[in-house]
Write a protein that binds this ligand. Structure first.
Ligand code: F6P
Ligand code: MG
Length: 481
């Protein structure tokens, strides 16, 4: 058996954690402070403003400023206090988790903002912001990142429009083709479905990066053609591990669940363009009847700035329908195509073929290894066992699958995910690399990329893996012995 390595720490200069904690977190706090300051400014101008609301906003603002000071001066992480959050029972369990960790009475274990395990202090960071906001009862449902999420989606209108056109076109092409084949009693060619599956999976993968230029524009014919394959190859050069074929087999050739359904679960990551690509992928799976049901697992609170909450799902539909033209407005020409995507999502949601869930598990401080072992997680675990394929989106999910530990980058993915490898869960991770941890690379690949990254003038070669340029699509059937 392999020894489990230590965590990535944010005082390690060769880790992306180092700059994240020192320069990105303060900026994220500045953004949150800016959001609340704007709200205060607007409210103050409003003659019949609600003074209680305004007062509470000011408390939030000043506590966020204090938090930033504590971070910049590397103070010890302060403990959560149950009385800080009266009446919210569901918090207790998680606050306990943090307390257990933070209450360790061990000098060496004193955790400070800039000297702690990266995954722990980062989840703590978002949890602290959430508690500061929710402590003010008039702000219990306030999402301090909502304006930012909405603005970013708006500014990705170019990619949004392009993908809507692409989906609508493919939708009619493949549906047409399938209808004709069905009518003539012909068996639908698996290869065509699999190619489309790969196409939509890759779009959803690159939705996790900021680089929209990797999006393809191909028709069904192109996708099957040599040119299409070549165009795809260009972006595939950056995909270091591609195990989509294994995911396809599990999904397409696997049986139905206890409800007689084929279900695909998405453990979502970001709002905006990314979730839009996940939704388009979902539409394809439903349109083609490869899946009967899609379950979208959202975060139960604003998280890691842009992660999807249930509310963000509904906002995305509203944005696409853009009924009064105030969202995308004149930024897009193909309004009909956007509307089409919005209506398709709505249709499946109303038919209960798209289902929303959220669970506290996704915002715990810990990784995901103990999902199958801890009784607190039993309900979620049992639910996920009924899935034909669980798609984990994005970087943070990958860090949690591998527990954000310093794995040798050529160690098997099945080793790096430990208990999950024999959990019976069928998991596909679609992740552009934006942190240090990665597993499953061919021997020598990491060394090659480190050298390449340094040759571009970067000081720390290892940080190629945090640049967001490369990606992995790793699969586990959960059946490792
Ligand atoms: O870039 C650093 C970071 O903040 C990581 O901490 C985190 O894993 C990632 O960004 C979030 O990325 P994603 O939205 O893909 O999970
Ligand atoms: Mg995210």
């Amino acid at each position: 058996s392999v020894t489990v390595p230590k965590y990535y720490y944010n005082d390690n200069k060769r880790s992306f954690a180092y700059s994240t904690a020192r320069s990105r977190w303060p900026k994220i706090l500045d953004g949150a402070i800016g959001d609340i300051s704007n709200l205060i400014r607007k409210q103050s101008k409003n003659e019949d403003n609600d003074s209680a609301y305004l007062e509470q906003a000011k408390v939030i603002e000043s506590q966020l400023i204090d938090m930033k000071d504590e971070l910049l001066s590397n103070k010890e992480l302060s403990k959560f206090n149950n009385s800080e959050i009266p009446g919210l029972d569901f918090y207790d369990k998680q606050i306990e988790e943090y307390k257990k960790y933070l209450l360790v009475d061990n000098e060496e274990e004193k955790l400070s903002w800039l000297n702690s395990a990266w995954l722990f202090s980062e989840t703590y960071f978002y949890r602290r912001i959430d508690v500061i906001v929710k402590n003010q009862d008039l702000f219990e449902d306030y999402d301090i990142f909502e304006n930012l999420k909405q603005d970013t989606f708006k500014s990705s209108h170019f990619g949004v429009e392009e993908l809507a056109i692409h989906y609508k076109q493919l939708h009619y092409e493949f549906l047409d083709k399938f209808e004709k084949q069905k009518a003539s009693g012909e068996k639908i060619e698996e290869k065509v479905l699999e190619l489309l599956f790969d196409e939509f999976a890759e779009i959803s993968l690159w939705g996790n990066a900021t680089d929209l230029s990797l999006l393809t524009n191909a028709t069904l014919k192109d996708i099957q053609s040599v040119q299409g394959k070549e165009a795809r190859k260009k972006s595939e050069e950056y995909i270091l591990i591609n195990e989509l074929d294994r995911a396809w087999k599990a999904l397409y050739h696997g049986g139905k669940n206890g409800d007689g359904k084929k279900r695909v679960d998405f453990i979502l990551d970001n709002s905006g363009f990314e979730v839009y690509t996940d939704l388009v992928f979902s539409l394809f799976l439903l349109d083609s009847k490869i899946a009967d049901e899609i379950v979208l697992h959202c975060k139960p609170r604003p998280w890691m700035v842009s992660d999807v909450t249930k509310k963000d799902f509904f906002l995305t539909i509203e944005d696409l329908l853009d009924k009064d033209g105030s969202f995308f407005g004149e930024r897009v020409v193909h309004k009909e195509e956007l509307k089409f995507v919005g209506e398709q999502i709505q249709k499946y949601y109303e038919r209960k073929q798209i289902i929303l869930k959220d669970n506290e598990f996704w915002t715990l401080n810990s990784g995901y290894w103990d999902i199958s072992g801890k009784k607190e997680n039993k309900e979620l675990y049992d639910y996920l066992l009924e899935s034909s394929l669980i798609i984990f989106k994005g970087d943070l999910n990958y860090r949690k699958l591998t527990d954000d530990r310093v794995w040798d980058r050529s160690v098997d993915f099945s080793v790096a995910i430990q208990d999950l490898a024999w959990s019976k869960l069928k998991m596909l991770s679609l992740r552009t690399c934006k942190a240090d941890v990665v597993a499953g690379l061919p021997k020598g690949k990491d060394e090659e990329l480190c050298k390449y990254w340094e040759s571009l003038g970067n000081e720390v070669g290892e940080l190629w893996c945090s640049s967001g340029k490369w990606a992995v699509m790793s699969f586990s059937d959960g059946k490792q012995q």
